[in-house]
Design a protein around this ligand. Structure first.
Ligand code: XMP
Length: 508
């Protein structure tokens, strides 16, 4: 499959994902990465265009995000949007003035220099959407001012054709920028020479061709969790691999209520045969009395890898198919900052059996689109993620023994039902229900109790690299607290609305 042509570096704007979505609407795939991940990705990829997003920082603030420095030496066309333009200006010797008290926010009238390639075919006098505190007051050497605000003469865009760099102070990705899409197309197609590549149906054919030539008459197993990635990948491959493909579901003993039957159902939708390996006791033994999140994760990962290897051997599989996405592939590369945060169970397993990763160039939003194309039900295409180590990493502060798994499993099912009943479940990208084993005092009946708490967390995100902590309505919170504390061991319910960063989605 063709590699991604457009890299969007996320510098913290609320509109970054809108850039990706708008580009898809225009027919282009893109990768959106934080500066750290972008740097890793650039080691093995050569994008044709780089877009620096906006962001809420001032370039002068401590901790202001910095795109990887080497992007300026690549010669790849760069478009800086808002903060992205200010960063470019500051880096290359222009001047950026803070106007914190005098923010420009909302619709703004601008005059474009339509002789510049970026503004070819758009009207000279135009309306754009701006949202910024600082602004570029003097462009770097060799740059040209190519747009100004109609009233204030504020510099609205700049370019240096020799260095292939453009900057716009406004947000072309937002629909209020009347000709924003035309400007993005000019950059992507005319300046950077990208070709349209967002064609989900073609992607399915490409993956099938690639795998059927590599795996002709060979046997393979796929780790089948029933999640959107493994279900969709199975559905893509089942027609070309037939009975040579076997889904392996490892029942870790830390699945949610009814999850096993959902997994079986999803395997049917995907058209793949499924073998369920009961391994709850093995995982319990392996995690033992560990309470440290990373230790639990490492033990889990090792056990998971061993079971998968044995399954491959039993099935005489020539290889293991993995549903790893582009984001996972970066994590499994050279160790970097992101790797140190937590060890994901299926990343960098280093199995003895050959692994193939047909989704290695895809992003979650693309996999969901493939699922829709394959007519898989919404329960698959829109399915919330659930971590491989499951409820083991949702028990905090004490060893995740079976009876604690039962408590958190019960609480998770109750909260899920309440959210579904109130039609809120689909508003969150992921629900996390965890058991906090720190004891607190409470009253049940007439007596003193000393028991656990439940933590309820919802996040809203498109890619889980960053996320907003969801605020459940007050009446729903009340209902959750009252239902969940009916459990004899649970005294309190806490709601966690922290964003990522600083928090992560999971508690551990
Ligand atoms: P964090 O907690 O890193 O989670 O913000 C981001 C997303 O990844 C999921 N997650 C995992 N998924 N194996 C998985 O398959 C893992 O070990 C793992 N750890 C976290 C998490 O649920 C969220 O969707």
């Amino acid at each position: 499959m063709q590699k991604i042509q457009i890299l969007i570096i996320d510098l913290g704007s609320q509109y970054t994902l809108v850039i990706g979505r708008t580009l898809r609407e225009l027919g282009f795939r893109s990768a959106i990465f934080s500066p750290v991940r972008a740097e890793k990705w650039l080691k093995n990829n050569n994008p044709k265009a780089i877009i620096l997003s906006g962001g809420s920082f001032s370039v002068y603030q401590e901790g202001a995000p910095n795109p990887p420095q080497n992007i300026l030496k690549l010669g790849v066309p760069i478009l800086g949007v808002c903060y992205g333009m200010q960063w470019l200006s500051n880096k290359l010797g222009g001047e950026v003035a803070p106007h914190r008290e005098n923010k420009e926010y909302g619709k703004a009238e601008v005059n474009f220099d339509t002789t510049d390639k970026l503004f070819h075919g758009v009207k000279k006098k135009n309306t754009v959407w701006a949202s910024h505190g600082d602004s570029v007051t003097s462009v770097p050497k060799n740059f040209k001012i190519i747009a100004k605000s109609a009233g204030s003469e504020t510099i609205a865009a700049m370019s240096d054709h020799k260095r292939n760099i453009w900057g716009v102070q406004f947000h072309p990705e937002v629909t209020h920028s009347i000709e924003g899409k035309k400007i993005l197309i000019n950059f992507i197609e005319k300046i950077a020479g990208c070709e349209k590549d967002w064609k989900p149906a073609d992607m399915i054919t490409e993956i099938r061709n690639e795998v059927s030539s590599a795996a002709k008459n060979k046997k393979a197993i796929i780790g089948f969790s029933g999640g959107v990635d493994s279900t969709t990948l199975s559905a893509v491959l089942a027609p070309v691999m037939g009975s040579n493909l076997f889904g392996i579901c490892i029942d870790t003993g830390a699945l949610r209520q009814n999850e096993l039957s959902e997994i079986k159902e999803n395997a049917k939708y995907a058209g793949v045969k499924l073998k369920i390996i009961k391994a709850g006791n093995i995982f319990q033994r392996s995690i033992g009395n560990n309470t440290h999140s990373e230790l639990k994760r490492k033990k889990f990962k090792r056990t998971y890898g061993k079971i998968l290897e044995k399954a491959a051997k039993d099935f005489k599989a020539d290889f293991i198919v993995q549903g790893s996405l582009a984001t996972d592939m970066i994590e499994s590369g050279s160790a970097g900052k992101a790797d140190l945060i937590k060890s994901h169970h299926n990343v960098g397993l280093n199995l003895k059996v050959k692994e193939i990763h047909p989704f290695r160039n895809l992003f979650k939003y693309e996999v969901r689109e493939l699922a829709r194309q394959l007519k898989l039900p919404d329960s698959v295409s829109e399915r919330q993620p659930f971590p491989g180590p499951g409820l083991f990493i949702r028990i905090i502060g004490e060893p995740p023994k079976k009876y604690k798994l039962d408590i958190v499993r019960w609480a998770d099912a109750e909260v899920t039902e309440i959210l579904k009943k109130n039609k809120i479940y689909d508003d969150v990208s992921q629900l996390v229900v965890a058991l906090d084993c720190n004891r607190t005092v409470g009253i049940k009946g007439d007596g003193r109790v000393y028991g656990y708490s439940i933590i309820v967390r919802g996040v809203k995100t498109a890619d889980f690299m960053t996320a907003h902590g969801f605020q459940f309505p007050a009446d729903v919170r009340k209902e959750i607290s009252s239902v969940v504390t009916r459990h004899p061991k649970i005294i309190r319910v806490f709601f966690d609305e922290t964003d990522k960063p600083p928090a992560t989605t999971e508690m551990e």
